[in-house]
Write a protein that binds this ligand. Structure first.
Ligand code: AHM
Ligand code: MG
Length: 354
């Protein structure tokens, strides 16, 4: 190889190694406006929270009091794990003195946490799921954190956070952290989707893939088939279809972030439909499905409830749940077509002359 070629190659390697998350956010924003500075600082704080959670997880089996349940039940009626509490508090402490947010709302808290008056108060709200896939924690399997940033609109005097009850297109930024064999951060500020890998020796998130595009179609379907007899017949129709056609493969890890991450890169569809017991499914809109819907649309995919785009859903309350079908365009459309067929059949049988 000629010396000049070698130099170009080395320069590129160096350039790639040096694209840190903070540098990338500033490049994306291409502005020094107050909002750009804020978004950059917000992403920096999220990265710090991610590093703290990742560090604790990496030694979870060696340290007393990290794994297991606290004995409490959260607002969702789910048993709380110690890591849920730790991660929830990490986000609060990282943002409390930041001057960036006025409140934080999470899966683990009944009502939002308001920044106390003796601390600087910012203009944004952070919505987050501190630990997604909690059932995986004690088995040392992949888990995640999901985040969404919205501008505060209006006042919220009684603490009901009613101004947050708006559709997902109001999100300014969204993303997730995947705690897997390596820790990754994937984000979008409305200009493509980008992934970063934590280099523990540097303590920095380094750019891995820029402008991720989800394939139009993929072979993976990801759903908890244990709920088969709890679903609507239309979802069972779809599952029967993939069972009977070649080229589909099931992958389900029990943690939305991990399952979604695979589909974002490889294509396919993740579903958590409604069940007899929970007609709106399990996943929450504001800090689970809407942030991932924001990402998937930015990557060229789709997210639907089955009848409506996830990003158009206006929640009734902070912890509203929605059924979700998310992933490659063609695969989401295929699931929707089974839902439409059943709806049409039901309408026809109701309107048919007796
Ligand atoms: P969590 O945030 O309380 O952990 O719950 C959400 C998780 C998702 O990560 C995952 O997709 C789903 O619940 C798994 O649910 P199930 O065990 O019913 O398949
Ligand atoms: Mg969750």
């Amino acid at each position: 190889m000629a010396d000049a070629d070698k130099l170009v190659k080395q320069t590129h390697a160096l350039d790639r190694d040096c694209t840190t998350l903070s540098r990338h956010v500033l490049q994306q924003l291409q502005s020094f406006s107050a909002e750009a500075q804020d978004l950059s600082a917000l992403m920096g704080r999220i990265a710090l929270a991610a590093k703290l959670v990742s560090r604790r997880l990496s030694r979870a089996g060696l340290v007393e009091g990290v794994l297991g349940f606290t004995g409490d039940v959260n607002v969702q009626g789910e048993s709380v794990k110690r890591m849920d509490v730790y991660a929830n508090e990490v986000f609060i402490s990282v943002f409390k003195q930041s001057g960036l947010v006025c409140r934080l709302a999470s899966e683990e808290m009944d009502k939002p946490y308001y920044i106390p008056e003796n601390c600087p108060i910012g203009r944004y709200t952070l919505l987050y799921d501190p630990i997604d896939g909690s059932s995986n924690i004690d088995s040392n399997l992949n888990i995640g954190s999901i985040f969404s940033i919205r501008q505060q609109e209006g006042t919220d005097e009684n603490g009901e956070a009613k101004d947050l009850l708006q559709h997902g297109r109001k999100q300014l930024a969204a993303g997730y952290i995947l705690y897997g064999p390596s820790t990754m951060l994937v984000y979008s500020i409305g200009n493509g989707v980008h992934s970063f890998t934590l280099d523990p020796s540097l303590g920095e998130f380094i750019l891995s893939t820029e402008n991720i595009q989800i394939p139009e179609h993929g072979s993976i379907y990801s759903v908890n088939e244990g709920n088969f007899w709890q679903w609507d017949e239309s979802i069972r129709d779809y599952i029967r279809y993939v069972h009977r056609h070649e080229g589909y493969t099931a992958r389900y890890g029990g943690a939305l972030v991990g399952d979604f991450h695979r589909i974002l890169f490889e294509g396919g569809v993740f579903l958590y439909p409604g069940t007899l017991k929970n007609p709106d499914g399990k996943l929450r809109l504001l800090y689970e499905t809407a942030p991932l819907a924001f990402l998937v649309e930015q990557a060229g995919g789709r997210a639907s409830t089955g009848t409506e785009e996830i990003l158009d859903v206006v929640p009734e309350k902070l912890h509203t749940r929605t059924p979700v079908i998310i992933g490659s365009k063609e695969d989401v459309e295929l699931v929707e077509s089974f839902i439409q067929d059943r709806t049409r059949e039901q309408t026809e049988s109701l309107t048919a002359p007796s």
